[in-house]
Ligand binder design. Structure first.
Ligand SMILES: C[S@@+](CC[C@H](N)C(=O)[O-])C[C@H]1O[C@@H](n2cnc3c(N)ncnc32)[C@H](O)[C@@H]1O
Length: 182
């Protein structure tokens, strides 16, 4: 009986570990985090204003959302596929005193339209960005800004480039492509 429970727990742990490691790679990107310096540059680049909503697609440990809420007065919405990171980031948001302004959903970014976003932050792989685009960006409201880390949006010219060519700002203005993001 004890051996059965132990093997069940081991199997469950192995499956969870496999999901945590392989899930993000399969669906979009492995985990890298944005450093504090680049994060502040990204929020400044997007001209983040208190009360605006930032959506972080693939929110990792929640650092982007937490800094945005704590230091810039933004509301944060994160979507993260890895349940462990979701749990850790919710806990971190609570400990940082911003859990009233930060919501983190467990799920796939492909299923989450960004209607509420004033700013979208994206640090995923090329393939994931290509897969998401343009369907995801068609859901953006006019005036929303998109900041990408490392990867450009296919077929769009960024308005600004910062951080030695690793941060890209898109504002969806007319002329950036035929019809803004659409
Ligand atoms: C490069 S990390 C960026 C983390 C965070 N945004 C930051 O800048 O610190 C990418 C994150 O996206 C998550 N991810 C990858 N594919 C995803 C998908 N399809 N849906 C939701 N999250 C995803 C990964 O688990 C990982 O935490």
């Amino acid at each position: 009986m004890i051996a059965d429970v132990a093997s069940f727990l081991l199997l469950a742990l192995a499956l969870l570990l496999a999901w945590v490691v392989l899930g993000p790679v399969f669906f979009g990107a492995p985990w890298h985090w944005t450093g504090q310096g680049a994060l502040r540059r990204a929020l400044d680049l997007a001209d983040a204003q208190p009360g605006e909503t930032l959506v972080d697609l693939g929110s990792g440990d929640g650092r982007v959302l937490i800094t945005a809420a704590r230091d810039y007065g933004l509301k944060g919405v994160g979507i993260e596929i890895d349940p462990v990171k979701v749990w850790v980031s919710r806990l971190w948001a609570k400990l940082s005193g911003v859990s009233d302004r930060v919501v983190i959903h467990w799920g796939n970014v492909a299923d989450h339209p960004c209607k509420e976003a004033d700013i979208v932050y994206l640090y995923l792989s090329h393939q994931a960005v290509d897969r998401l685009f343009p369907a995801l960006f068609a859901s953006l409201k006019p005036g929303a800004r998109v900041v990408t880390q490392r990867f450009c949006l296919p077929g769009l010219r960024p308005d600004k480039i910062d951080c030695g060519g690793t941060l890209f700002l898109y504002t969806g203005r007319k002329g950036q492509n035929v019809d803004g993001y659409r």
